[in-house]
Design a binder for this molecule. Structure first.
Ligand code: AMP
Length: 402
C-alpha cells in the first residue's frame, strides 16, 4: 500500500511517499512559493530527481502537478492508487486525542479549530479538500500536532486568566510538536529496554521551532509551547516566554502596531533577534571566534532549556531519561554538552567522547549518571505514515471490501 504524507502550508506543500508494510521511503520533496510565478517543485526518489520552476496558482494546481509527475515516473497512475493520504494538521483543539480517519464530522471539527490556528489549519484543510476532490475514494487521515498533549492535566493547560476565556473561547495551553515528542520518547524507551508505560522522560525538540515535554509513562503531562507555538523556549526567530506587558509597552511607548509586534515576536526574536542569525551552526562558529552576541545568544538559549528541565524533573517526580532531538538536538554536540553540564544537581553525567562521536540514535550518559541521556533522530513524517497505515488497516479489517 502506498501512503502519501502531506504537510500542507499556506504557500508550500511538503510530501513523502512511502510503501507499506515495507516502510520504504519512495520519494520526498516540496512545492514552494505556491501562488507565485516562480513556484518550485523539488523531489528526490530512488531513480528520480527533479527541480522545476513552474507557475502553480494554488494548492489544487500544485497537487495536480505532483500527480502528473507520479504518473510520468510510473510510481502511480493517479492518486486513486494510493492506499491512503496522511495529513499533518496543526491544531486539533480539544477535539482530538489521537490521529483519526477524516470524515465530515472530523472536517467540521478541524474547521471549528481554525480560529485557534488561523495561519495553519486553513492550509491543512485545503490539502485535505484538494485530495478529496482529485481522489474521492482515497481514505485520508489527520495527525494532529496537539493531540499528544491532550493528556496534560488542567493545572498544566489552564492559564491564570478569567476562566470564561478558557470555557467560552478555548484559550488554554495546547502544546505542539506532539508527533516528535511521542516518537522520540517511544524510541528512547526501546533503547533503554523499558516499557514505555513506566518510562518517565523529558524530551527536548530543539530545531528552528523548539519545545520541551515532560512525559510520564508515555503520556504528556506538560509542555513548553502553549496556546500557540510562540510560548516556551528560545527558538530560531521566536521569542518564547516573555512578560506579556512588554507587548503593551511596545504598543504604547514605541508606537509599534499589533501586526509589527506579532512579526517581531515570531520572526525577529529568538536567536535571530539576539545575534542576527538563526542557524545554530553559524552561531556556534561566530561564538568560537569570540563574537559576544553569539556567545550571549547561546547562553540565553541554554539557560531557558535548563530552567525547563529543572521544572519538569520536579513535575515528573524524577525521570529516567532526557532525550535530545530536532536539528540542533541531534547535531550539536556543543549545545548538548552545554545543557548537560548544567544538570549536575540532578546527578546527570555524560561521556564527552560519546556525545561528540555519536551518530544516529545513541546513548551518551555514563553508567553512573542518574538519568540516561539519548540523542534520537525525529521523523514526524514517518509517524504520520505509521498512524495512517495503522488507522486505514484497522478500518479495512472492520469493513472489508467485498
Ligand atoms: P530543524 O528545524 O529541526 O530542521 O532544525 C534546524 C536547526 O538545526 C538550525 O538552527 C540548524 O542550524 C540546526 N542544525 C542543523 N545541523 C546542525 C549542526 N551540525 N550543528 C548545530 N546546529 C545544527
Amino acid at each position: 500500500m502506498k501512503i502519501l504524507v502531506l504537510n500542507s502550508g499556506s504557500s508550500s506543500i511538503k510530501f513523502k511517499l512511502y510503501d507499506f508494510p515495507s516502510r520504504e521511503l519512495l520519494l520526498a520533496g516540496s512545492i514552494e512559493r505556491i501562488g507565485e510565478a516562480d513556484s518550485s517543485l523539488r523531489l528526490k526518489g530512488r531513480n528520480l530527481e527533479l527541480d522545476e520552476r513552474v507557475a502553480l496558482a494554488d494548492h489544487r494546481r500544485a497537487l495536480e502537478s505532483l500527480e502528473e509527475i507520479f504518473k510520468k515516473s510510473s510510481l502511480l497512475d493517479s492518486f486513486e492508487e494510493l492506499g491512503a493520504v496522511g495529513h499533518r494538521v496543526v491544531h486539533g483543539g480539544e477535539d482530538f486525542e489521537e490521529s483519526v480517519l477524516i470524515d465530515e464530522e472530523v472536517m467540521g471539527a478541524i474547521k471549528r479549530n481554525v480560529s485557534l490556528a488561523p495561519l495553519h489549519n486553513p492550509a491543512n484543510i485545503e490539502g485535505i479538500e484538494v485530495i478529496g476532490s482529485l481522489s474521492p475514494s482515497t481514505p485520508q487521515v489527520a495527525v494532529f500536532d496537539t493531540a499528544f498533549h491532550q493528556t496534560m492535566p488542567p493545572e498544566a493547560y489552564i492559564y491564570a486568566l478569567e476562566i470564561e476565556l478558557y470555557e467560552k473561547y478555548g484559550i488554554r495551553r495546547y502544546g505542539f510538536h506532539g508527533s516528535s515528542h511521542s516518537f522520540v520518547c517511544k524510541r528512547a524507551s526501546e533503547m533503554a529496554g523499558m516499557d514505555s508505560a513506566s518510562f518517565d522522560t523529558i524530551t527536548l525538540h530543539l530545531g528552528n521551532g523548539a519545545s520541551v515535554c515532560a512525559i510520564k509513562g508515555g503520556k504528556s503531562i506538560e509542555t513548553s509551547m502553549g496556546f500557540t507555538p510562540l510560548e516556551g523556549l528560545v527558538m530560531g526567530s521566536r521569542s518564547g516566554d516573555i512578560d506579556p506587558a512588554i507587548i503593551f509597552h511596545l504598543y504604547r511607548e514605541l508606537g509599534m502596531s499589533l501586526q509589527e509586534i506579532e512579526r517581531l515576536l515570531n520572526r525577529r526574536s529568538g536567536l535571530k533577534g539576539l545575534c542576527g542569525e538563526n542557524d545554530m551552526r553559524e552561531i556556534e562558529l561566530a561564538a568560537a571566534s569570540g563574537d559576544e552576541r553569539a556567545l550571549a545568544a547561546i547562553d540565553i538559549f541554554v539557560h531557558r532549556i535548563v530552567k525547563y528541565i529543572g521544572a519538569y524533573f520536579v513535575l515528573l517526580g524524577g525521570a529516567d531519561a532526557i532525550v535530545f532531538t530536532g536539528g540542533i538536538g541531534e547535531n550539536s554536540s556543543y549545545i548538548r554538552a552545554r545543557v548537560c553540564e548544567r544538570l549536575e544537581a540532578l546527578g546527570v553525567r555524560f561521556d564527552s567522547e560519546l556525545n561528540e562521536r555519536g551518530r544516529g540514535d545513541f546513548l551518551f550518559s555514563t553508567k553512573d549518571s542518574a538519568l540516561r541521556l539519548y540523542t534520537v533522530h525525529t521523523d514526524e513524517e514517518s509517524v504520520i505514515a505509521e498512524d495512517t497505515y495503522r488507522i486505514v488497516s484497522l478500518a479495512e479489517s472492520m469493513n472489508p471490501t467485498p
